[in-house]
Design a protein around this ligand. Structure first.
Ligand SMILES: Nc1ncnc2c1ncn2[C@@H]1O[C@H](COP(=O)(O)OP(=O)(O)O)[C@@H](O)[C@H]1O
Ligand SMILES: [Mg+2]
Length: 339
């Protein structure tokens, strides 16, 4: 069996966009290739980009292990899955629709609300004028962040807005820097907790983790320098842990996630959890990834986790193939009943 790792290549000379903060380090890519190599006969690295389809056509992998974040815009994570679907190559993790919806934080929050999962109130701003007009109607403090962000890009103590007078200025700055709608969300003072999910059908919920940033905020700088600790299992109390499990599973299913995802919450000072987002393409670096720490607490070392993800994707594609054959077989039997 041959597996292609679809990954992101950083622009040489550090000229790339802010999205590159999401890319795995070269050492992590190397480690992922080694780990995947333990579960197949051959593993080939395929960088995300315009040549990807040609390379894949030539390489003909049996499976793609997709970790590509893409380059820009709201569909950046959806492009690799779309190409793989077009070439009919099975791949790990979610399809382009799920990745596109979950990259859109406002859309995810609307789906969460619909599923009765608590998420901080928010407004989506397209212009500073709109923010100025609505500023007095909102509850403060708020956090202003790019709606299609990631890796805490644009998040830091400076993105917290304490009073209506400065909202428009924050929004103008966010719009200009990230060239996308800007989410103003009620700022919940508290702790970052995260829940990993693994599987399809009977989905496994990994032990709850808590991320403790040295600076006190899980900001862009904290993520850049991995300046934090992950406590897992984090004992949040039976009732809350049960709720986190149920909400995470509900969102995983609502959004159509496959194989794996990580759901992020803030736990406020009263012990209430608020959903921030779902990450169906969570970082898998054995050196600094949060998801592998959650998996480890459930008994999967890094190689076993990679093996499990590969296995889940292969089972999905085999099940799909079997269903197609059965459907075609049934149709043939109907058309030619005497054969
Ligand atoms: N509404 C909020 N209240 C409190 N902290 C927040 C809020 N939104 C974001 N944060 C902080 O910023 C981090 C990154 O925000 P998040 O919405 O998860 O975006 P990203 O996709 O960049 O991870 C969170 O893990 C949390 O620490
Ligand atoms: Mg997050």
């Amino acid at each position: 069996m041959k597996i292609a790792l679809i990954y992101d290549e950083t622009t040489p000379g550090g000229e790339g966009s802010w999205v590159e903060a999401e890319y795995e380090s070269p050492e992590s890519i190397e480690a992922l290739l080694n780990a995947i190599g333990r579960h197949c006969d051959r593993v080939v690295p395929v960088p995300f980009g315009q040549d990807m389809a040609d390379v894949l056509r030539q390489q003909k992998p049996d499976l793609a292990f997709n970790i590509a974040e893409g380059r820009e815009g709201p569909s950046r994570e959806s492009l690799a899955p779309a190409v793989l679907d077009l070439l009919q190559i099975p791949y790990t993790a979610s399809d382009g629709v799920t990745l596109g919806v979950s990259l859109n934080k406002a859309m995810t929050k609307r789906l969460a609300r619909d599923a009765d999962i608590p998420t901080p109130e928010f407004r989506l701003f397209y212009s500073a004028e709109q923010a100025a007009a609505e500023a007095e109607m909102l509850r403060y403090p708020l956090i202003v962040k790019p709606n299609y962000g990631g890796s805490s890009v644009g998040v830091g103590p400076e993105s917290i807005v304490h009073e209506p007078g400065t909202l428009a200025e924050h929004v103008a700055c966010c719009l200009c820097r990230y060239q996308q709608p800007c989410l103003a969300e009620r700022y919940v003072e508290g702790d970052d907790v995260t829940v990993g999910l693994l599987g399809n059908g009977e989905v496994e919920v990994l032990p709850v983790g808590r991320v403790v940033a040295s600076s006190g905020m899980y900001s862009e700088m904290t993520k850049k320098f991995h300046d934090r600790e992950v406590i897992c299992p984090y004992r949040a109390g039976r009732e809350l842990e049960e709720r986190l499990r149920a909400w995470s599973l509900a969102l995983y299913r609502t959004i159509g996630a496959r194989d794996l995802a990580r759901v992020d919450y803030v736990l406020d000072r009263e012990g209430k959890a608020w959903l921030l987002e779902i990450n169906p393409l969570p970082g898998l670096s054995p050196f600094y990834g949060v998801y592998p720490v959650l998996a480890e607490a459930a008994g999967y070392d890094h190689a076993a986790l990679m093996g499990r993800i590969i296995d889940l994707a292969l089972r999905r594609s085999a099940a799909k193939e079997k269903a197609t054959h059965e459907r075609l077989g049934a149709r043939t039997a109907q058309q030619y009943p005497h054969r």
